[in-house]
Design a binder for this molecule. Structure first.
Ligand code: NAP
Length: 362
């Protein structure tokens, strides 16, 4: 148990937090999300001081971030991010629950035996109960199936999500890392049940553009989501830190790559040269590379515009820098062309293999 002795004062959120805040409607739902959401995958486990965690979450809320994204397995150890966030909620946000959108997920490995991973009704339902216990909440706002499961019929996972909404343990449900065709099938099942999928959570960044590419159905994920009324919330817009100045002069101790939480192969010479080139374009735009990378994910793409992007931050300074990206989300054609000349797939989509599953036709 981590005791935070550095922040004894009661938290009073900044009164002006919504003044300049922008919100985007999530798909065809009535829910609006902050364009930048905060993710607790790394940086909120028991290996990080609770005082730092509290500082980041308070600052995010003070700056108009309403959405906080978790999963059963975030930590380390798995589950500790939900426990720590629960502590922070109780201590600082008890009067503010209705101003926050809190999500959790299940799909990846969580506990041993056959019921601790995948997409079965058994796993999804028991995992959500455990997440609520750790968070100290009666419900999450969004509950996701974290990845397609080739061993579970799609209907079983979707009906579990439907029944989770009916039970009141989640207000909305979504899917993550599903490919375009499977997304369309899942959306159709849920529309038929009267519980539309709210949102899709895919990886997406300047150097990982799988969501733009059509699959065998002829649609890209961005098209499939738009066609079916799902919002899109893109995770890892900074490619876990690659698309920042973090690694331009080596691998800092304590960084995600430096602490073994990110594959060092992502920092190949070729990738770092690409990052240096993108850094130059960002500088000309008057942005840091992190800001340009976030702005690019949030850029206007018409009906396929991303609703929100989930960033990670290991400090308040990183968070502040990243939130300042909202100051300029516009790109002219020449900038986009120059970016596309430099940016290419960096081979960092570690979730790529998860996009397929048994379809309802099987
Ligand atoms: P990210 O924003 O691409 O990477 C965040 C990391 O980049 C930070 O921890 C920090 O690394 C570095 N960073 C951030 N801002 C920086 C800045 N201004 N300057 C220099 N370095 C900076 O996002 P992510 O953490 O990979 O993922 C974000 C969230 O997406 C997760 O927390 C989770 O909620 C969600 N997610 C979902 C899935 C899924 O399967 N659905 C998978 C992955 C992530 P250091 O720690 O080195 O400082």
């Amino acid at each position: 148990m981590i005791v935070d002795q550095q922040n004894p004062a009661p938290y009073v959120p900044a009164a002006e937090r919504y003044e300049d805040a922008q919100f985007r409607r999530c798909g065809s739902s009535g829910l609006k999300l902050s364009p930048i959401s905060l993710g607790l995958w790394h940086n909120f486990g028991d290996d990080k001081p609770l005082a730092v965690q509290r500082g980041i979450i308070r600052r995010a809320f003070d700056r108009g971030v309403t959405h906080f994204d978790l999963a059963n397995n975030y930590g380390p150890p798995a589950g500790s991010a939900e426990e720590n966030f629960g502590r922070i909620l109780r201590r600082d946000f008890s009067g503010h629950r209705d101003k926050m959108v809190i999500s959790s997920k299940a799909g990846w490995y969580m506990w041993d035996g056959p019921y601790g991973f995948g997409g079965s009704r058994k796993y999804l339902m028991s995992s959500l109960d455990q997440s609520l216990e750790r968070l100290g909440l009666d419900y999450v706002d969004i509950f996701y199936h974290h990845r397609p499961d080739p061993d579970t019929p799609l209907e079983e996972s979707m009906y579990a999500l439907r029944d989770i909404v009916a039970s009141g343990k989640a207000l909305y449900v979504g899917i993550s890392s599903y490919g375009p065709q499977l997304t369309a099938e899942a959306a159709e099942i849920m529309a038929g049940e009267g519980v539309p999928l709210l949102i899709h959570q895919p990886s997406y960044s300047l150097v990982n553009r799988w969501v733009e590419q059509p699959d065998e159905s002829g649609s890209s994920l961005l098209e499939a989501a738009a066609d079916n009324g799902l919002g899109v919330i893109a995770f890892s817009p900074l490619a876990q830190g690659l698309l920042t100045d973090r690694y331009l002069d080596g691998v800092p101790e304590g960084s995600r790559a430096g602490s073994g939480k990110m594959n060092r192969d992502f920092l190949s010479r070729e990738n770092l040269e690409m990052v240096a080139g993108l850094n130059e374009i960002a500088r000309e735009r008057g942005q840091s590379l992190a800001q340009m990378a976030i702005a690019w994910v949030l850029r206007d793409q018409g009906p396929e515009t991303v609703t929100s992007t989930i960033i990670g931050a290991s400090s308040v300074e990183q968070l502040d820098t990243n939130l300042d990206a909202l100051g300029n989300l516009d790109f002219d054609t020449d900038e986009l062309r120059r970016i596309d000349e430099i940016a290419h797939d960096a081979g960092i989509n570690q979730w790529a293999g998860a996009t397929e599953s048994r379809t309802s036709a099987e």
